[in-house]
Design a protein around this ligand. Sequence first.
Ligand code: ADP
Length: 228
Amino acid sequence: MRIIIFGPQGSGKGTYASRLSPLLGIPHIATGDLLRAARDDKEYGQKIRQYQDSGALVPDDIVLKILKKRLDQPDAKRGFILDGYPRNAEQAKELDKITTLDAVINLVVPEWVLLQRLSTRVQCKNCGEIFNLRTLPPKKPGICDKCGGPLFQRDDDKPEAIKKRLEIYYQMSAPLIKHYRDKGLVIDVECNSPDIPPEIIVNKIMDLLRTFKKVGGQGKQSDEDGHS
Ligand code: ADP
């Protein structure tokens, strides 16, 4: 399956995608992580650091080049869960040229939940796993449960950058959902509380994906709360 996981910063894209990946047998590809891994790149590193640290979008040509390279890896041939791409109309257009999607998981989360999650989020420097000091703490403080790597708070999770990232999302990224809704690809998943364990949402997404596949990925989907 070729899936996009879509939603604002702090909606849980990375947390859910990293758990969906082994269940679906496809890699979780996060452009934010790909770009962070390229921060020391001779050609693009300086530009990536400059944009990422301020919370702005990295230029489309750089992101596309790095994404294409990742999608060309053998493990992505069977499918992928794409997290963090596309974020503007140009990126959506480019993605349409290079692949055909099966579903778009749209995470619908109120802003107060996003702000609370982002301010207490930490991530593993080594493997990218995400934790939350309030709702999903690591077993040992400062250490990743998965690989033992060090946990850190991202520079762009500071209040000013958070504000800027959310503004960009609502202005440039959120409108893209219409493009995918028109194609009958969108599965809406509501999450109204910061305290719902990730596994509950992941199970809900798996159920919705099964139903979605059965009905041929067409038409409007609604989550179990009856929202559409
Ligand atoms: P978040 O979505 O929570 O901001 P990410 O890890 O997805 O976190 O992205 C971090 C940063 O990486 C973004 O603020 C942006 O600078 C850059 N980035 C990630 N994906 C893209 C993209 N598709 N286009 C442009 N910049 C991107």
